[in-house]
Design a protein around this ligand. Sequence first.
Ligand SMILES: [Fe+2]
Ligand SMILES: [Fe+2]
Length: 182
Amino acid sequence: MFAIEYLEQEHSYILKLTNRIEEESLKILNGENVDIDFFKNSVLYIKKFADAEHHKKEEDIFFKYMVENLGAVAEKLIKNGMLVEHDMARFYILSLSEAISSYEENGDDKSKLYIITNAMNYAELLRRHIDKENNVVYTFGERELSEEVKNKIEEEMKNRVKEEKINEDEKNSLLEKLNIVM
Ligand SMILES: [Fe+2]
Ligand SMILES: [Fe+2]
């Protein structure tokens, strides 16, 4: 399915970012200065692309049709699993932004610790989350949804991706600043 291929491609960028976050967090542990621009750009990418585009497409399109059509198991998997984790990710990113601001103001060790903690919580959460989606949730949807529903998903996903084209340049420029190459 186009929808799944596109979402998995977005996952590969998010996973690269989690690796960069780990690298930058390790540098802080090893006594280097906090790369404020890296963490600010990571927050920007995550809010605008990993969340407002990627998570939103899952929530509005793929997961919506799974919950509507695949009964109690899908509802539990999506609502108690995937959607809760999207909210946890938002919480970690909010806390990371606060820690960055606090570090900019005070330059203290405690803020540094909160930058590392929240950045790595996000990275680890998203790694597990993406693994579940790629190997359990998407495959379950593709196997169980009717052709009719899958066609609706494909169409809505293609339209949404077209709408998102307007942000393409900003996305690529952020990826470049984050030193993420595919
Ligand atoms: Fe997700
Ligand atoms: Fe995802």
